[in-house]
Design a protein. Structure first.
Length: 495
């Protein structure tokens, strides 16, 4: 069978989509190539959040075309994902050597499309149409990496963490963001469907699951598959309950009624409760939320659910109320700070990370100073800083007072210095402390050492061995690097 190489750009959602496509292809007999140089099919899973990401993927394809068409003209080339959805036929018009353009609601069609192209039944395929139910099609996992399905050889150890997509799309329409146009409107899966996938992963050795969505806290609030409206019937035909399971077989402690107490919980918190009940699962994470989704029920869940780890990635984007309004974010600086304060009262050890955009159209020096002061006030453990990038068809692209690139770069550097200074102080505070990690496997930078992650989402590198993989291990932190901790397995009674 043909071999396939998939290169992924962008976010964790894109990584999850690529993994699912790879798993589907392996299930149909395809093998996964270790590099593009030996692949029969090369797919680029693309991102459109920033122009840089699009240009990087386009330039990569140009280079691939130059190499393959000279030496291996029969290689099938394709774009998938957000840029494919946004540009469609334009990509083949621009690069005629490209054979396949597959949109964000068509990942599950990848194998069928490749079969058609490889058999010569189709010359080119562009499929970016909407497809109802596509939110429930990304279920397959490739837990053994690129060695899966290659036949006969020794399989590497199972990964202990996995991503589970719980919804697709976004209804927020931030003025800077192209995602609602490339991923469509919000469409949520049902709780039983998600729980079933999570339970299967746990039976395969997964210890930690990260629930994914464009705005994960909007789960079940809109779209056709509202959690309570389309919950399936029980296996014996009983009326389905709040979780989509028969009312007498709830996965969490039963509520006294389907009334006031239940309504206090958002659909997302109901999902957390259901996933929390899975035996053998050790940890639950989720990304990316929106501050508007942090109601008191979610904050209370951090204190109530032991498996829900002490970490929150809260994209703030700006510290200026004026800019937040221009961005259409739906909250104020004061509201954001209040959420962080509540989270830290619920879980004092919680790690807080964020996304920040600098140089948004109309951002003044005073606006930027407010972002700097917010960073100092909140003291983020980590922040992903982005220079504003104009995206076509978004309102911000047409706004007046576009900030010059030089100013964006200068502000990016100033904010980075503040974030790094705060992070260093927060990471240094771990030195000498004992903390629990889930060991994920060898360190990417130094395979001779092992790596794991704390509950508050800090990477720890330590001297260990393969026997530690998948263990919840206490380590003593000996030093702190740049967004990395270093330690050694803690010895009982050493303190």
């Amino acid at each position: 069978m043909p071999s396939v190489y998939i290169k992924t750009y962008g976010c964790q959602m894109n990584e999850r989509d690529s993994e699912a496509v790879a798993a589907q292809l392996v299930a149909k007999g395809y093998t996964l190539a270790p590099s593009e140089a030996v692949a029969d099919v090369i797919l680029l899973n693309t991102c459109s959040v920033r122009d840089f990401a699009e240009q990087k993927a386009l330039n990569k394809m140009v280079n691939i075309i130059a190499e393959t068409r000279r030496t291996r003209p029969d290689v099938v080339l394709g774009f998938m994902g957000c840029m494919a959805q946004s540009r469609g036929q334009e990509l083949i018009d621009r690069l005629p050597d490209v054979d396949l353009v597959l949109g964000t609601q068509k990942f599950h069609r990848a194998a069928d499309c490749l079969d058609e192209l490889l058999a010569g039944r189709r010359d080119k395929i562009v499929d970016v149409a909407e497809e109802q139910g596509s939110e429930a099609t990304i279920r397959e996992h490739l837990l053994y990496g690129n060695a899966a399905g290659n036949g006969g050889g020794h399989r590497p150890p199972l990964q202990v963490t996995a991503f589970v997509s719980i919804m697709q799309g976004c209804n927020q329409y931030c003025t800077f963001c192209i995602v609602p146009y490339t991923r469509g409107e919000e469409r949520s899966r049902t709780i039983p469907d998600i729980v079933s996938e999570c339970r299967q992963l746990v039976t395969q050795g997964v210890k930690e699951i990260t629930l994914l969505g464009q705005i994960v806290t909007s789960f079940g609030k809109s779209g056709l598959n509202k959690v309570n409206s389309l919950a399936p019937q029980g296996s014996s035909g009983e009326k389905a309950g709040v979780w989509g399971y028969p009312e007498n077989k709830l996965l969490t402690p039963p509520l006294s009624s389907l009334g006031e107490e239940r309504e206090k919980k958002s659909p997302f918190v109901k999902l957390l409760d259901a996933v929390h009940e899975i035996e053998g699962l050790e940890r639950i994470r989720f990304t990316s939320p929106h501050p508007k989704g942090y109601g008191d029920d979610l904050i209370e869940a951090y204190a109530r659910l032991p498996k829900l780890v002490e970490h929150a990635h809260l994209p703030v984007q700006s510290g200026s109320d004026r800019v937040l309004k221009l961005m259409h974010r739906g909250y104020t600086r004061g509201r954001f700070v209040g959420i962080v304060q509540k989270l830290r009262r619920a879980k004092p050890e919680i790690g807080i990370s964020t996304d920040i955009i600098v140089g948004f159209p109309g951002e003044t020096e005073d606006d930027f100073e407010q972002t700097l002061s917010l960073a100092r006030e909140v003291e983020f453990d980590q922040a992903y800083i982005f220079k504003y990038s104009q995206r076509r068809d978004t309102p911000a692209a047409e706004m007046p007072d576009q900030v010059p690139q030089k100013v964006r770069e200068e502000r990016n550097q100033r904010l980075l210095e503040v974030i790094n200074e705060i992070a260093k102080r927060r990471y240094d505070a771990f030195v000498g402390r004992r903390t629990q990690i889930l060991v994920e496997g060898p360190s990417k930078k130094n395979p001779a050492r092992m790596t794991g992650r704390t509950r508050c989402n800090k990477i720890v590198v330590f001297d260990g061995s393969e026997r530690h993989r998948g263990q919840l291990l206490d380590v003593k932190i000996t030093r702190a690097g740049s967004f990395t901790l270093y330690g050694a397995p803690a010895i009982l009674g050493e303190d």
